[in-house]
Design a binder for this molecule. Sequence first.
Ligand SMILES: NC(=O)c1ccc[n+]([C@@H]2O[C@H](COP(=O)([O-])OP(=O)(O)OC[C@H]3O[C@@H](n4cnc5c(N)ncnc54)[C@H](OP(=O)(O)O)[C@@H]3O)[C@@H](O)[C@H]2O)c1
Length: 385
Amino acid sequence: MSWSWAKCVLNSSFMQLKVGVLGATGTVGQRFITLLANHPWFVIHALGASSRSAGKPYATAVNWKQITYMPSAVKGLIVQECKPEAFLNCAIVFSGLDSDVAGDIESAFRAADLAVFSNAKNYRRDPHVPLIVPLVNPSHISIVKQQQLLHSPPLQKGFIVTNANCSTTAHVIALAALERAFGPLDTLMVTTLQAISGAGYPGVPSLDIMDNVVPYISGEEEKIEWETRKILGGIADVEPEQRVGSLALQEFDMHASTPLKISAACNRVPVTVGHMINVSLRFARRPPPSPQQVCEALRAYQSDAQLRGCPSAPLQTIFVHDEPDRPQPRMDRGHQDGAGVNVGRVRECPVLDIKFVVLADNVSIGAATSSIINAEYAVLENHIL
Ligand SMILES: NC(=O)c1ccc[n+]([C@@H]2O[C@H](COP(=O)([O-])OP(=O)(O)OC[C@H]3O[C@@H](n4cnc5c(N)ncnc54)[C@H](OP(=O)(O)O)[C@@H]3O)[C@@H](O)[C@H]2O)c1
């Protein structure tokens, strides 16, 4: 589909782009279903899950855990096995697959020339796959051209785009606002308080998490420390120059111009939804900005996804609380349907420069909402053919 045709279709109230959801029965998959039910551009066409669910109507296969009712349009859809054949009519495939199976399945969908927007960790470190938090670095989508050309055989339409680990997403949005206003960060200390829904359903056993805090989430600290650099860094031409056809190859610079030191400590806490992250940071520039200047920069931040016209991008990317005891998961995670982030307690840090707390809905902007905005941006940038 050419861009002009896409624009024509998307402006029309009659036609929408068909989309599929893999892992549609899971925690992230169910959030995709609720968010896509009334989407202005996308219409759910196919749902996939494991062989345990395949062949059943969605309403029978799923253990529905959303606080909104199941959309009637999906109740009777028959859940498919996660094989490309049932999704070939989809312009876009969203994946909420478990990482144990996402690698092979998403690769097969890409090879079938389908555009895949994944929440799993499997391809986040691939040098040709963009890791996009849509309120931070949607322009990294440009690298999918190179991904398509380097695929064997080369692809016309298929690619994989990933979004970040849900904790990384929360803090990196605030960090992007500060880097835009005050230049590069130098040092970052983060301590997470992560909700149990971040582990999927049924997640952490109640006997392990009630009345308790678990100070270990496998692989999480390494993900935050690595993914933050890929997202906040830029894309540069490979040196010495290499080409595929007429395209100059590019690589992610991992924030190389100002190496960013990051230390993360992750904890699982007895909260159902909403990851909180305590952040302390040091700017490269001296003197650093004041807490007042930091608050102003956070409030003023507008994402490129919003400016570009992505319909699911929040109007206010970062909501800054003045009350000393906010944000709180139960009170603030639903702000803007969980599409933005909340920041509070901005103050001086006696060790680094500034410290604050961030709260994000781990299932919405931490997962499904990010994938959907990424897909909207890909449509607007003419990557969905
Ligand atoms: N939860 C979050 O807050 C969050 C945030 C960011 C990223 N993520 C990532 O998103 C992905 C999904 O997480 P989740 O929390 O939604 O997990 P989940 O609740 O455990 O759901 C997993 C989904 O994968 C499907 N599945 C499992 N084995 C399969 C197989 N062999 N073939 C096809 N489908 C299979 C399940 O289908 P059945 O129901 O049929 O078993 C289910 O739909 C994970 O990679 C996770 O790391 C999660």
